[in-house]
Structure formats: structure tokens, C-alpha cells
Design a protein around this ligand. Structure first.
Ligand code: PLP
Length: 449
């Protein structure tokens, strides 16, 4: 019996129930963006072990159900266990899961690249470079841009412009363009040369010398995600495109979060009729099923990589253009057509706006709500408008309290994020917002006590 207990404890026999999954996690796993010393103590809450999903709902290992309020970290589009995507993936896995893209083509990647290009006017973003996730989609655009400048004889033009508090992923190059200090300060000196701007006004104030060194500007169009869901002023993107054209600077759009319908249109750039030079896609590309990314590139840029071995783009990942991922991506695009996903968004966006307005009116701790399509941030502050002391971890605590009301989300500092799958119903939006409102109220009562 003792031997059995020891074997069980150390996982030699099996880790098969909630308690064992959590113990094994706390003993062996290392979570992203997580204070591990608290996590392993089960603070501020015991880990939930998620085992099942269906539509907008997730189920934990104890059988409790929750609305997936942040679309599984901003990835899910059509809901979990979508029959059409599941079917497409099963069909693909019965053929082959993965084959090398180095030296070989594959049907699903060919189809997906054509479908993606066809979402834009002909002769624009007609080349697609596949990689694995948002960070690599950006990393790849940055390296392409540097190599492009060198190959067209502008070797001095390899600096980037980015915006304060932006987020472009965690690989070294992508992270060096991000503007969130805590994330990147220790690595700053290893990154790409970059100048951060607060907005368009600073762009106009740049001197000629700086502009001549600038290869590209990178931006999260329409709304910054990690910066606590902060929309840009209307018209800003179109003006940025104009500035880039005037100064021979390329425009890299990071639509890793905004892509695939989140803002109400298929891509955020379509709200202002902007076509970038590079478009970075990931999170929603597979409907939230598989890690797959695409860097879409203008034909003119691609041309600079032709003409001999020394011109080739020497970059790639083992799982580039993974067939299973591409099958999921294709199926997701089919669901957009079949379910007319985009046509149903206005009603949902309006419902969310109404719910948020109601919440803000009734809850003194809500300082501001910010919304862009089906993306929203609910910023919590003291009722006198003062920000909470970071040590209180208010956003985190409220998010944990929301679990009691069947809602899962993850905050950014004290901003609660609402970013459900696009397939969410208006009734489910009401459950989601109602749950968050109840959790905020519960937290407020702990302050009064
Ligand atoms: C999430 C995100 C990334 C990074 O994507 P990963 O898949 O996490 O590497 C990059 N840019 C934006 C705007 C994002 O929201």
C-alpha cells in the first residue's frame, strides 16, 4: 500500500485525477507570465484543470462549467469542439499530421495561403510565410524587413518605430519592439534598434535623419490589447499609412489579436481601408485550435528575395505550415462563410456595449469601459478614481471571484478583459457580463468590510 502511494505520488503509475494533476503541475510545470511562488501555493486560487469545451463553455476536471470569457487567451473564434473544424482535423490527421515544408509543398498550406491572399485586393498581400505563433509572425516580418533593406541597397535603413505600451510577442526581436517595460527591460540591449512613440503627433516631430534610418513602423491596429484594451483614435491608422507612404517607410500591422473578426470586420485594417506591407496573423488563424501563424507580405517586398542563393530568406521552423494547423485554418475560414459569422457580429457588439454601459452605470468601482468590436476592457479603480495599489491584485482577485458566477477570464493589471469567441450568443454575453458585475460587487463588499 505504501509503495503504491509513493508510486502514485511521484506519477510513476499515473496522474489521473484533479488532485494529482494539480500536484504534478505544481511540482513540474512552469506557467507563462505567472508568479510561480504563489501559483504553487494555490494563491490567489487553486488552479483549475480544464478538461473539456463546447461552444462558448469550458468544463473543469470537477465537472463545473464556465463561459470562456477571454476566448482561451484571445484565440478561440467559433467556439470549442466546433463540428466542422473537428471533422476537418480528423480527416487531415487520418492522412498525415505534419510533413516538412522545407523542400516540400502540402495541399492544406497551398489552399490556406490562397484563401488568405484572396481576402485582400489582388497583387497586394499575395505571399504568405507560415510560422508557429504571434511572436514568430512578427519576428519573421522584422527579419524580412531588415534583409529587404539590405538587399535593395539601404543597409542603413534598419531601425524600427513602435508605439509605447505596445505588445508584439515574446521572442527577442518581437519583444524588443514591445513597449511594456517590465516584460523586456532586462533584454533591451540585445534587441533591435527601436524608437517608441506615444502617438501620431510624435511621428510628425521626427527629424529627417531618424526617418532616413527607419525601415518600418509596427502597430496593433485600431486597439492595443495588452495595454489594457486601449483603442486608437479613429482615422489614426489611415493617417499612419499615409505618413509611411510619404517617407518610404513600411507598415507592419500586428493583427495577431485583432484579426479574424474580433473588431467587427475580418481584419482591423479594413475599418480604415488600409493595406499594410506586412500583416502578422496568429491567435485566431486556426479558430483557436492549433499554434499556426502567417506573415503576409506585399509582392514588391517578396521580389527583393529573388535572384540567387544569397537573396533567399534563411528563416523557418520545424513545424512551418503544419498540415493539421492549416486544415484547422481552412475549416475556420469555411465556418466564417457557412455561419456568416461577420454578419452576426453587429448585434453581439451592440449587446456587449449595452451590457458594459449598464455595468459601468451601476458599479462604482468601474472607472472606464473600453470596447472595440467584441473586445472590451473594464478598468477597475477606487470609487474616487484612484488606481488600486498593485499589491492588492484587484483584477486577479475579481477574476477568481467571477468563477463563482461561471465566468473565466484573465485581467491585465486591474482591467478585466472581455473577449469571447465570436460564436457567443447574446444570452451568453449577458451571463458573462452579469458574472463579472457580480464578482466586482463581491469584491467591493470586501473593501467596505
Ligand atoms: C498575443 C499577441 C502576440 C503574440 O502572440 P503569441 O502567439 O502569444 O506568440 C503578438 N501580438 C499581439 C498583438 C498579441 O496580442
Amino acid at each position: 500500500m505504501l509503495v503504491l502511494a509513493i508510486l502514485l505520488q511521484y506519477g510513476a503509475i499515473g496522474v489521473v485525477n484533479t488532485e494529482q494533476w494539480i500536484a504534478a503541475d505544481q511540482a513540474h510545470c512552469w506557467h507563462p507570465f505567472t508568479r510561480q511562488e504563489d501559483w504553487v501555493k494555490g494563491e490567489p486560487a487553486e488552479p483549475l484543470v480544464l478538461v473539456d469545451g463546447d461552444g462558448s463553455w469550458l468544463t473543469d476536471s470537477e465537472g463545473r462549467k464556465y463561459i470562456d470569457g477571454n476566448a482561451s487567451i484571445w484565440t478561440n473564434i467559433h467556439g470549442h469542439k466546433h463540428p466542422l473544424i473537428n471533422e476537418a482535423m480528423v480527416e487531415q490527421i487520418n492522412k498525415v499530421a505534419h510533413t516538412s515544408y522545407l523542400g516540400f509543398a502540402n495541399p492544406r498550406a497551398s489552399e490556406l495561403a490562397s484563401r488568405l491572399s484572396a481576402l485582400f485586393p489582388p497583387k497586394t498581400l499575395e505571399r504568405v510565410f507560415f510560422s508557429d505563433d504571434g511572436s514568430t509572425a512578427v519576428e519573421c516580418a522584422l527579419k524580412m524587413e531588415i534583409q529587404y533593406r539590405i538587399q535593395v541597397g539601404q543597409a542603413e535603413r534598419v531601425h524600427f518605430l513602435a508605439f509605447d505600451l505596445s505588445y508584439h510577442g515574446d521572442t527577442l526581436g518581437a519583444a524588443s519592439l514591445g513597449g511594456v517595460g517590465e516584460f523586456f527591460e532586462p533584454f533591451r540591449k540585445f534587441g533591435f534598434p527601436v524608437k517608441h512613440l506615444s502617438g501620431l503627433e510624435e511621428l510628425d516631430a521626427l527629424d529627417e535623419q531618424t526617418i532616413k534610418k527607419t525601415a518600418a513602423v509596427i502597430i496593433e491596429p485600431l486597439v492595443q490589447g495588452v495595454n489594457q484594451i486601449r483603442p486608437w483614435p479613429k482615422g489614426m491608422l489611415a493617417k499612419l499609412r499615409e505618413w509611411c507612404d510619404q517617407h518610404d517607410v513600411h507598415l507592419i500591422l500586428d493583427e495577431v489579436m485583432t484579426g479574424f473578426g474580433r473588431t467587427g470586420k475580418m481584419f482591423a485594417c479594413q475599418h480604415e481601408d488600409v493595406i499594410p506591407d506586412y500583416l502578422c496573423l496568429a491567435k485566431g488563424l486556426t479558430g483557436g485550435y492549433m499554434p499556426l501563424a502567417a506573415t503576409m507580405v506585399r509582392a514588391e517586398i517578396y521580389k527583393a528575395f529573388l535572384g540567387g542563393a544569397d537573396k533567399a530568406f534563411y528563416y523557418g521552423h520545424s513545424y512551418t505550415a503544419n498540415q493539421l494547423g492549416c486544415a484547422a485554418g481552412l475549416a475556420s475560414l469555411q465556418v466564417f462563410e457557412k455561419e456568416r459569422t461577420l454578419d452576426h457580429l453587429p448585434e453581439k457588439i451592440e449587446c456587449l456595449a449595452g451590457e458594459l454601459k449598464k455595468m459601468a452605470e451601476n458599479e462604482p468601482l468601474i472607472y472606464e469601459v473600453r470596447q472595440c468590436g467584441l473586445i472590451a476592457g473594464i478598468e477597475l479603480r477606487r470609487s474616487n478614481g484612484q488606481v488600486f495599489d498593485g499589491k492588492l491584485r484587484v483584477g486577479e482577485k475579481v477574476s477568481v471571484m467571477a468563477r463563482d458566477y461561471q465566468v473565466l477570464t484573465r485581467p491585465i493589471v486591474d482591467t478585466l478583459v472581455v473577449m469571447p469567441p465570436l460564436s457567443i450568443s447574446t444570452d451568453e454575453i449577458k451571463i458573462l457580463c452579469g458574472g463579472l458585475a457580480a464578482a466586482i460587487k463581491d469584491y467591493r463588499s470586501t473593501l467596505d468590510a
